[in-house]
Design a protein around this ligand. Structure first.
Ligand SMILES: CC(C)(COP(=O)(O)OP(=O)(O)OC[C@H]1O[C@@H](n2cnc3c(N)ncnc32)[C@H](O)[C@@H]1OP(=O)(O)O)[C@@H](O)C(=O)NCCC(=O)NCCS
Length: 271
């Protein structure tokens, strides 16, 4: 079952997007602060849906629309506008919507192009988001605002898209206190198992995880595991291979994609 995903905006989203656009904080944090009349919005929306240089997505959790992100392309740069619906603010969706938007660009073959956003000086939440997502601060075109830019890059795609879309268990291997936040974040989104020892092949066969995150080198995913996963199913793949000095083990992130997840097995313990 899908959890969080971005989907392209549809003609039927017109009214919802108009309401979101006229939300008090959205107008307050925009550079044009006046309310938008419905007639203007309808014309604008028609243009957006047909303009190849504009991508407009809705962040959806199951059937619930959570927010919107718009990417407008001009000479190698994608300008970002985004918002989260009022009831869902301050729950981490702002970060996710921007990461998923970047994933869409990666999927569309836009790696190496630039992302750009301008954030008003008093919009602290949005500034935090861009900084945390690795954007660099640049001089903004507007007064009292910060500019943020970043190259569209593969790394973001790796974890976020796998965690936030599709069902299945995620195994987090770590005994590192710093991974508690990651565990907490994962736990809100997927069935996650936390484990502090080396994986073995039996466990993998029982659990058939969709994603294995090895947080640091003490919890290596050894090459026998990787080989077994890769030979078990054609759908498995390794997305990040980092070998130790002896070239015997993978130390970072290994991803598997088992198609047949047995829910009874999913509820079994790891050990
Ligand atoms: C800005 C906006 C998109 C942020 O989305 P969000 O889902 O509420 O933000 P997140 O939950 O991802 O929080 C981002 C960070 O800001 C912090 N934050 C959230 N609301 C905050 C607030 N009102 N004041 C200060 N910090 C805030 C969060 O604690 C988090 O920081 P942390 O990761 O260090 O804990 C959302 O508030 C919104 O839609 N605002 C109106 C439209 C808008 O401003 N769009 C952006 C224009 S650039």
């Amino acid at each position: 079952m899908e959890k969080l995903r971005l989907r392209p905006a549809l003609p039927t989203d017109c009214d919802l997007l108009w309401q979101w656009a006229n939300d008090a904080s959205v107008r307050q944090n925009s550079f044009k602060m006046e309310q938008i009349p419905l007639k203007d919005h309808i014309e604008w929306f028609k243009m957006v849906l047909t303009n190849e240089d504009t991508k407009l997505f809705i962040l959806q959790e199951e059937d619930t629309p959570i927010g919107q992100v718009r990417l407008v392309y001009d000479t190698n740069v994608w300008q970002i506008s985004y918002s989260i619906a009022l009831p869902y603010r301050a729950q981490g969706y702002g970060k996710i919507i921007l990461q998923l938007a970047e994933n869409e660009l990666i999927r569309g073959g836009h790696v190496g192009e630039k992302l750009y956003a301008e954030v008003k000086a008093d919009n602290i939440a949005s500034q935090r988001i861009f900084k945390q997502l690795g954007y660099s601060e640049v001089v903004a075109q507007h007064n009292n605002a910060y500019g943020y830019t970043k190259d569209v890059a593969e790394e973001t795609y790796k974890i976020i898209s796998l965690v936030s879309t599709g069902g299945g268990t995620v195994i987090l291997l770590s005994n590192n206190i710093n991974s508690v936040l990651l565990l907490d974040w994962l736990d809100k989104r997927v069935d996650v198992r936390y484990y502090s020892d080396k994986l073995n092949v039996d466990m993998l066969e029982r659990i058939k995880p969709r994603l294995i995150i090895s947080y640091n080198y003490r919890h290596i995913i050894t090459s026998d595991i990787t080989k077994s996963v890769l030979s078990d199913t054609k759908q498995s793949r390794v997305i990040s291979e980092s070998r130790d000095r002896n070239k015997k083990a993978y130390t970072t992130i290994t991803v598997t994609a088992y198609s047949d997840i047995d829910s009874r097995k999913r509820s079994e313990e790891l050990t």
